[in-house]
Design a protein around this ligand. Structure first.
Ligand code: AMP
Ligand code: ZN
Length: 471
C-alpha cells in the first residue's frame, strides 16, 4: 500500500516495523462538546485506513486517547482550559462533562459505522506516565522549569519543524493576535509539559507532582498513551491536518528526546471539512453534528459516502446541496443493489478481478472515491448477481456503508407495499392468467392482463413468480 507520509512529503510504500502487527495511534476528541461533522470526517477516514489495513491482511492494534484534561483554548498552551469551559457552560463538573461527551462521541461514531479503536484511554488515567516522561526530559536537559511550569526546550533539537520547511517567523504560535506571549518560555515555540500555574482560571483537576500540584500539557498525553499501549515505536500516527503543528510536532519533539530514537514512521493527516466561511470549528459557535443531520432527515450513511467520495488529502467543502447529492447517490446505489437476486453461483475469477480494482484504489494512497467507483463497476459487470453481492459484501468491510443492509430494507419495503395492496379478487385473476399461460391459452392470458390493466393493475413477471401493483 502506498500512503502519503507528511514526514517525507511523498507517497511511500507502507512497511510496518513488524510483519505481525501494524501499530496505529490516532488523536482522540477533546470531550468538552459534541464532535462536529468536520471532526468526524477525520475519524471516518482514519476508520477507513484501519479497515483497509485489516482488509489487506495486516493485524492492527489501534490506540486512541480521550482528552479530558490539559487542552487549552489555543493549541499553543494559552487561553482557558476547554474542559473547564464546557463545565461552566453546562453547570456540571469536568468529569460529568467528560463522561457525557465521551458517550456522545462514541454514539456518533456508531451512527457513522466508525469502529471503536482497540484501546481507548482517557488522559486522566495516565498521570504517572506523564510525570515519568517530564522527569526524564528534565534529567536529559530537554526541559526546564520556569514560573512554576515545566517547558520543553525546543532549542535542544536538531530539527523542530519536522512537517514543513517554514521558518520560525511563519509558525509563530506563541504570539498569535490577542494572545500575550508567555514570558517564561526561552524560545517562542517551547511548550508546556506540566502546568502548576496558569494565568487563567484555576484547573478543576489537579495532581501532585515533583514540581507542585498541577496538570499535564495537552501534547504529552498522546506520547505517553501511545507508548503505554504500543511501546517505543509506532507505524502510523493519524490526526487532522491542524494537529500537524504544533500538536504532532511537539509530540515528536518530546517522544524522540525521551526515547533517544525515531518514534513514528508514517504520519497520516486528514484535511479539513470547510464551510463557505472556512474551516468548520467549534469556536465559531454554531457547528453541525450528526444528530442535527438526523433531525433534518439525513441518513448518517449519506454523510459517510460524502466523505468517501473525496480524497482525504483534499479539503472538502460542506454544503447542504453537496450533502443532498450524496443522499441521491446513496439511495440510487442502494436501489440498484436491491434489484440483485441472491441466487446463482459466485464466479471466483470475476470476483477476483473486481476485488483487484478495489484493492488498487486502496493501495493508491487510500483513494476512496476510486474505491466507490469500484462498487459501480461491480454493478455494471457482466456476471451473476451472486458474484456482485459477494463483491459488495466484501468491499463494505472497508467502506462500511451498510450497502447490503440498506438494500435489504428497500427490498422488504417493496414487498410490504405489495402485500399491503393485496386483493383476493386481483390475486384470483393473476392466478387465472398464470394458469392460462401454463395451458398455453395465450388469448385468455392476454384478455386477463388487459382486464387488469383497465382496473389500473400492472402485472410484473419475476423469476419468483408473477406480482402485481396498482399504477
Ligand atoms: P478536537 O476534538 O478538537 O481535538 O479534534 C478532533 C479531531 O478533529 C482532530 O484530529 C482534529 O485535527 C480534527 N478536526 C478539527 N476540525 C476539523 C475539520 N474542520 N475538518 C476535519 N477534521 C477536523
Ligand atoms: Zn494527539
Amino acid at each position: 500500500m502506498y500512503l502519503y507520509n507528511s514526514l517525507s512529503h511523498k507517497k511511500e510504500l507502507f512497511q510496518p516495523n513488524s510483519p505481525d502487527i501494524v501499530k496505529m495511534y490516532t488523536c482522540g476528541p477533546t470531550v468538552y462538546h459534541y464532535a462536529h461533522i468536520g471532526n468526524l470526517r477525520t475519524y471516518i477516514m482514519e476508520d477507513v485506513l484501519e479497515k483497509s489495513l485489516r482488509y489487506l491482511g495486516y493485524n492492527v492494534k489501534r490506540v486512541m486517547n480521550i482528552t479530558d484534561v490539559g487542552h487549552l483554548a489555543s493549541d499553543a498552551d494559552t487561553g482557558e482550559d476547554k474542559m473547564l469551559k464546557g463545565a461552566k457552560r453546562e453547570n456540571k463538573t469536568v468529569m460529568e462533562i467528560a463522561q457525557y461527551y465521551t458517550d456522545a462521541f462514541f454514539a456518533d461514531c456508531d451512527k457513522l459505522n466508525i469502529k471503536k479503536p482497540d484501546v481507548v484511554e482517557p488522559a486522566t488515567n495516565c498521570i504517572d506516565e506523564y510525570i515519568h516522561m517530564v522527569q526524564t526530559l528534565l534529567e536529559k536537559g530537554n526541559a526546564y522549569l520556569a514560573g512554576g511550569n515545566v517547558y520543553f526546550d525546543t532549542s535542544t533539537l536538531e530539527k523542530y519543524y519536522v512537517f514543513n520547511d517554514h521558518d520560525e517567523e511563519d509558525l509563530n504560535v506563541g504570539v498569535r493576535e490577542g494572545v500575550e506571549e508567555d514570558s517564561n518560555k526561552r524560545n517562542k515555540n517551547d511548550f508546556v509539559l506540566w502546568f502548576t500555574k496558569s494565568k487563567f482560571e484555576d484547573q478543576a483537576l489537579k495532581w501532585d507532582s515533583p514540581w507542585g500540584v498541577g496538570y499535564p500539557g495537552w501534547h504529552i498525553e498522546c506520547s505517553c498513551i501511545s507508548m503505554k499501549h504500543l511501546g517505543e515505536d509506532i507505524d502510523i500516527h493519524a490526526g487532522g491536518i491542524d494537529n500537524a503543528f504544533p500538536h504532532h510536532t511537539n509530540e515528536i519533539a518530546q517522544s524522540e528526546s525521551f526515547l533517544g530514537h525515531k518514534w513514528c514512521n508514517y504520519w497520516f493527516h486528514v484535511h479539513h471539512l470547510n464551510t463557505d466561511t472556512g474551516k468548520m470549528s467549534k469556536s465559531k459557535g454554531e457547528f453541525l453534528t450528526v444528530s442535527l443531520l438526523e433531525q433534518k432527515g439525513y441518513n448518517p450513511m449519506a454523510y459517510r459516502l460524502f466523505c468517501l467520495q473525496s480524497h482525504y488529502r483534499r479539503n472538502l467543502v460542506f454544503s447542504w446541496e453537496n450533502l443532498d447529492n450524496a443522499v441521491v447517490a446513496y439511495d440510487k446505489l442502494v436501489a440498484k443493489i436491491a434489484t440483485l437476486q441472491d441466487n446463482g453461483d459466485v464466479d471466483a475469477n470475476v470476483l477476483q478481478a473486481l476485488k483487484e480494482r478495489f484493492v488498487n484504489a486502496l493501495n493508491g494512497d487510500l483513494n476512496t472515491s476510486l474505491a466507490i467507483t469500484a462498487v459501480y463497476d461491480v454493478l455494471k459487470a457482466k456476471t451473476t448477481d451472486a458474484t456482485k453481492l459477494a463483491a459488495i459484501a466484501d468491499f463494505d468491510k472497508v467502506l462500511s456503508l451498510d450497502l447490503l443492509k440498506a438494500a435489504n430494507t428497500v427490498r422488504k419495503q417493496q414487498e410490504q407495499e405489495t402485500a399491503a395492496s393485496a386483493d383476493p379478487e386481483i390475486d384470483a385473476l393473476v392466478a387465472a392468467r398464470t394458469q392460462a399461460k401454463k395451458d398455453k391459452n395465450y388469448a385468455e392470458a392476454d384478455r386477463i392482463r388487459d382486464e387488469l390493466k383497465s382496473r389500473g393493475i400492472e402485472i410484473i413477471d419475476t423469476p419468483q413468480g408473477t406480482k402485481w401493483r396498482k399504477v
